[in-house]
Design a protein around this ligand. Structure first.
Ligand code: XMP
Length: 514
C-alpha cells in the first residue's frame, strides 16, 4: 500500500503517541520510530516529513539520545519539538543550555505569522511549555519566528532547508492552536494531500486481506469488545464464509451481554458470519470453585478460555489464519515501535493460543489508534452502542467479585452493575466517566430491612476518569445519581444491603478490584 507518510522519531517523550495521533487527525498517516532507527531505513520509507519528539534529556549531556547531521540533509522537511528542537539546534551548530527561567504550563507565545508554520495562527497564542533547557542561540541559517517573555527562541526556521524547531508542544491540547500548526507543517511545508481516511483504509485492508488469505480458513476469537468486533467484521467483509468467529461465554460477562453479542454477530444479526457461541459458564464456575486468590483466578480463567477455544478450533478443522485485534498502542507499548518502556502486559483472554494449528496471524488493526478503530467500526456499519463501549477486562466479572466466584455472586454483581449503568445513562452527565462498574466486595455486614435484621453483601461502585488507564482519578458522580443507584440496588438486588462508592485514585488503587 503506498500512502504518504510522516515519520515521528521518538526521543522518549511522554507525548510521542499524541504527536502521531494529531498528525493522523490531519488525515496524514504517521508512524513512530525510535531515534536508534537506521537512517537508511527512514530514507527507504520515503517520508513526506519527519517530526522529532520531546524527551527527558539534555542534548549536551554525554550519552543523550541524538541523531546525525545527515537526518537534516535528506531533503525532507523536519520539525523538532522541544527536545527535538534543541537537538536540531545543537547538531547544526546553535547553542542549547540550561534556561535561566524554567517554563512549565500554559505560556503566551508571540509568533511571526509570515512563517508558513504559523499561517492562520494568532499573533499571541497560548502554548504548552515544559522545558528546563532552551535554545540560547539558533543554529546558523535559522531565523527566529517566535518568542515568549522568558524564551527568546520559542521557534526558529530555515525555510530553504525545510527545517523547523519549536520549543513548545503543539500536540498537547493546551496549545490552543497546536493542531493548526501541525496541519500547516504537513500540508503547507511537507506538501501532503491527506490520503489517510478510514473509508479508504477499509477498502485497501479488504483487498490486502483477500490477497493474503486466498482460499484459506480464518478463525477469530470474538469477545464483543470493540477491537475484536471490528476485526471480525472487516475479515468477514474480506473473506466471507472462510471466517469462523468463536465467542466464549465464560459466565463472567455483564448482564445480558452474551445475548447482546449474539444478537449482533449471530445468525439473526446483520452480518453473515459463521458464529459459534460456546456456553461454558458451568465449566468456568467449577474451575473457580473455592479459589480466592486474584492471580490464581486470572490464570484459571485465561487458561480455561484457551482450552475451550482450542477445542472449538479442532472441531472446525485445519485453520490457516488466526485473527488478533492488536492495535497500534499495543505495538508501541510492547517496545516494537517507539522508544517508550514496556508499560503493561495485561492478560487478555482473547489472546493467542500458540498451539492452534495455523499458518499465520492476521492483525488488520495493527496500524490504528483506538479512535481510528472506532471510526473503522462505524464505517463498517457496526452499531454505535458497540463501537463506543467502555473497556471490559478479559477475565470479566471474575476480577470484580472479591474472593471466591460463585454463580449466585455473579448474578448479584450483574444486577447491581446493570442498575448502575442504566442510571448513569439516564442521568445524562456532562462528563461521562471513562469506565464505571459495580463490584462485589467480600464483606458482609448487618443491616435492617422492614423490621428484619439482614446480614448481606456490600457492593462497591467505581467510576474513573483517565486518559490511558495507567493513572486514573475517581469521577465525581453527582450525589443524587449515587443515591438513586444505591436505593435501587439495595431494593432490587437480593443479598445486597449496603453500597459503597470507591474514591481511590490509581495509583495507589487500580481500576479493577483484583
Ligand atoms: P487496572 O485494574 O490494571 O485496569 O488499573 C486498567 C484497565 O485495564 C483493564 N484490565 C484488563 N483488560 N484483561 C484485559 O483485557 C485484563 O486482565 C485486565 N485487567 C484490567 C481494566 O478494565 C481497565 O480498563
Amino acid at each position: 500500500m503506498s500512502r504518504e507518510k510522516i515519520v515521528v522519531i521518538d526521543f522518549g517523550g511522554q507525548y510521542n503517541q499524541l504527536v502521531a495521533r494529531r498528525v493522523r487527525e490531519c488525515n496524514v498517516y504517521c508512524e513512530i520510530y525510535s531515534y536508534k532507527t537506521d537512517l537508511k531505513k527512514i530514507r527507504e520509507m520515503e517520508p513526506k516529513g519527519i517530526i522529532l519528539t520531546g524527551g527527558p534529556n539534555s542534548v549536551y549531556e554525554e550519552g543523550a539520545p541524538s541523531c546525525g547531521k545527515e537526518l537534516f540533509e535528506l531533503g525532507v522537511p523536519v520539525l523538532g519539538l522541544c527536545y527535538g528542537a534543541q537537538l536540531m539546534s545543537h547538531v547544526l551548530g546553535g547553542h542549547v543550555c540550561k534556561a535561566p527561567v524554567r517554563e512549565y504550563g500554559r505560556i503566551e507565545v508571540t509568533v511571526d505569522r509570515s512563517s508558513k508554520l504559523f499561517g492562520n495562527v494568532s499573533e499571541k497564542t497560548i502554548c504548552w511549555m515544559s522545558h528546563n533547557d532552551y535554545i540560547e542561540k539558533p543554529a546558523p541559517g535559522f531565523r527566529v519566528i517566535a518568542h515568549t517573555a522568558d524564551c527568546p527562541v520559542a521557534a526558529a526556521e530555515w525555510v530553504e532547508r525545510g527545517l523547523y524547531a519549536i520549543q513548545f508542544h503543539p500536540e498537547v491540547l493546551h496549545t490552543q492552536e497546536g493542531s493548526r500548526m501541525l496541519h500547516n507543517f504537513v500540508y503547507e511545508i511537507c506538501g501532503c494531500v491527506g490520503d489517510w481516511r478510514m473509508d479508504s483504509f477499509v477498502e485497501t485492508s479488504i483487498r490486502a486481506i483477500r490477497e493474503k488469505v486466498g482460499s484459506g480458513k480464518v478463525l477469530c476469537a470474538l469477545s464483543g469488545g470493540v477491537d475484536s468486533s471490528v476485526a471480525a467484521v472487516l475479515l468477514s467483509k474480506a473473506v466471507g464464509d472462510q471466517l469462523t468467529c468463536v465467542f466464549v461465554d465464560h459466565g463472567l460477562l455483564r448482564k445480558n451481554e452474551g445475548d447482546e453479542v449474539e444478537e449482533v454477530f449471530g445468525p439473526n444479526g446483520p452480518y453473515e458470519l459463521h458464529f459459534i457461541r460456546v456456553n461454558a459458564q458451568e465449566r468456568f464456575y467449577r474451575k473457580l470453585a473455592g479459589v480466592e486468590e486474584p492471580e490464581r483466578k486470572r490464570k484459571i480463567i485465561g487458561e480455561e478460555f484457551i482450552r475451550v477455544f482450542e477445542e472449538e478450533a479442532k472441531k472446525i478443522g485445519r485453520v490457516d489464519f488466526l485473527v488478533q485485534g492488536t492495535i497500534y498502542p499495543d505495538v508501541v507499548e510492547s517496545g516494537l515501535g517507539g522508544e517508550s518502556a514496556v508499560i503493561k502486559s495485561h492478560h487478555n483472554v482473547g489472546g493467542l493460543p500458540d498451539y492452534v494449528d495455523f499458518k499465520e496471524i492476521i492483525e488488520p488493526l495493527r496500524d490504528l489508534f483506538k479512535d481510528e478503530v472506532r471510526k473503522v467500526g462505524l464505517e463498517l456499519g457496526i452499531p454505535e452502542k458497540l463501537v463506543y463501549r467502555q473497556p471490559f477486562p478479559g477475565p470479566g466479572l471474575g476480577i470484580r467479585i472479591v474472593g471466591e466466584v460463585t454463580a449466585e455472586k455473579v448474578k448479584m454483581v450483574q444486577n447491581a452493575d446493570a442498575i448502575y449503568r442504566e442510571e448513569i445513562a439516564a442521568a445524562g452527565l456532562s462528563h461521562m466517566p471513562d469506565q464505571y462498574f459495580a463490584a462485589l466486595t467480600n464483606m458482609r455486614s448487618v443491616g435492617v430491612m422492614g423490621d428484619e435484621r439482614t446480614y448481606d453483601y456490600a457492593v462497591a461502585l467505581r467510576a474513573v476518569n483517565t486518559v490511558d488507564f495507567m493513572t486514573a482519578e475517581a469521577s465525581q458522580i453527582p450525589w443524587e445519581v449515587l443515591q438513586r443507584v444505591t436505593s435501587r440496588i439495595v431494593n432490587e438486588v437480593a443479598h445486597v444491603n449496603r453500597v459503597l462508592y470507591d474514591i481511590t485514585s490509581k495509583p495507589p488503587g487500580t481500576v479493577e478490584f483484583e
